[in-house]
Design a binder for this molecule. Structure first.
Ligand SMILES: Nc1ncnc2c1ncn2[C@@H]1O[C@H](COP(=O)(O)OP(=O)(O)OP(=O)(O)O)[C@@H](O)[C@H]1O
Length: 283
């Protein structure tokens, strides 16, 4: 179970206010998506959830406790640009995190421990569709495959919170769609909360259980750095409705396709013949 609370969080760099008065309570197993104009502070918010940045004011609580001051293994991250190690194989990349966490001096496991980790890493690679590429190097993978690898790398540490910073931004539309499905399934299968930044509104409403828009509520044209951005809109309910209706449509399409038999090979059938099953299915 993971809850996240941001309590009056501010982020300032010297006299530049980036974020101000950010208040948010996230339930367990949410898929939060953050949208907003470029440069408004979305990544900064994510970096604070990762402890790569500290709030200037306010506090962040995870499961009721103040967030750790340093990044920890229970918070995984995937960035837009591939964050994999080029000189390690796919399997080596996935095994690296647990080895560094469990054997910080040598960075390697041996014997039964290594075999157990390798089996776990292979199972995860199977899950993200990369088992056949386990012994390839990242340069031999497509962009989508590298992002699948980055996901496996993050998931092997069983994070309670997975942070995604525009993870599909560099991918073509087809690959993006398959990544959407994969990430949504992984989120449903694992006990984790996801916080994702995107510029893509349809992606936000497709995936999120909650979408927040971050923007500046007040501006000083003479001093643009004076005011920061905050949560301008919170689309919780709408998001669920959109998601459920998409699920319904997908299910309806699946049933429709299951009912429609393949095109007739009967040479006597006339063009436009309607099979009994097809007649039952209304578009
Ligand atoms: N270490 C830093 N020092 C000073 N300013 C910073 C620092 N990190 C970020 N900023 C500033 O904070 C603001 C918000 O940056 P951030 O990357 O969070 O925006 P963003 O909403 O994620 O943008 P984009 O959508 O373009 O990725 C920017 O104006 C940026 O220049």
């Amino acid at each position: 179970m993971t809850t996240i609370i941001l309590d009056n969080v501010w982020k300032e760099y010297e006299d530049r206010v980036v974020l101000e008065r950010v208040n948010l309570a996230l339930d367990d197993h949410e898929f939060l998506v953050i949208i907003g104009p470029s440069g408004v502070g979305k990544t900064t918010l994510l970096r604070m959830l990762l402890s790569q940045e500290q709030p200037s004011r306010g506090r962040i609580l995870i499961d009721g406790e103040p967030i750790a001051a340093e990044p920890t293994a229970d918070r995984g991250v995937v960035f837009q640009r591939y964050s994999v190690f080029p000189h390690r194989t796919v399997l080596g990349n996935v095994m690296l995190g647990p080895q560094w966490a469990g054997a910080p001096v040598l960075g390697r496991f041996f014997g039964a421990r290594r075999r157990e980790l390798e089996a776990r890493a292979m199972a995860l690679l199977e899950r993200v569709g990369l088992a056949d590429s386990a012994h390839k190097y990242p340069a031999q993978l497509s962009g989508g495959m590298q992002q699948r690898l980055a996901l496996a790398q993050a998931l092997i540490l069983k994070p309670k919170v997975l942070l995604l910073d525009e993870p599909f931004g560099a991918l073509d539309p087809g690959t993006r769609r398959s990544m959407h499905e994969l990430v949504r399934d992984l989120w449903e299968e694992n006990a984790m909360t996801i916080v994702m930044v995107t510029h893509d509104l349809s992606e936000a409403f497709l995936l999120g259980t909650r979408v927040i828009a971050v923007d500046k509520p007040r501006r000083d044209p003479q001093a643009p750095e004076r005011f920061g951005a905050t949560i301008a809109s919170d689309f919780e309910a709408k998001c669920r409705i959109v998601r459920e209706s998409r699920r319904f449509e997908t299910e309806r399409e699946r049933v429709r396709l299951a009912l429609v038999p393949p095109a007739s090979t009967d040479p006597n059938s006339l063009p436009g013949d309607v099979s009994p099953a097809r007649a039952l299915v209304k578009d």
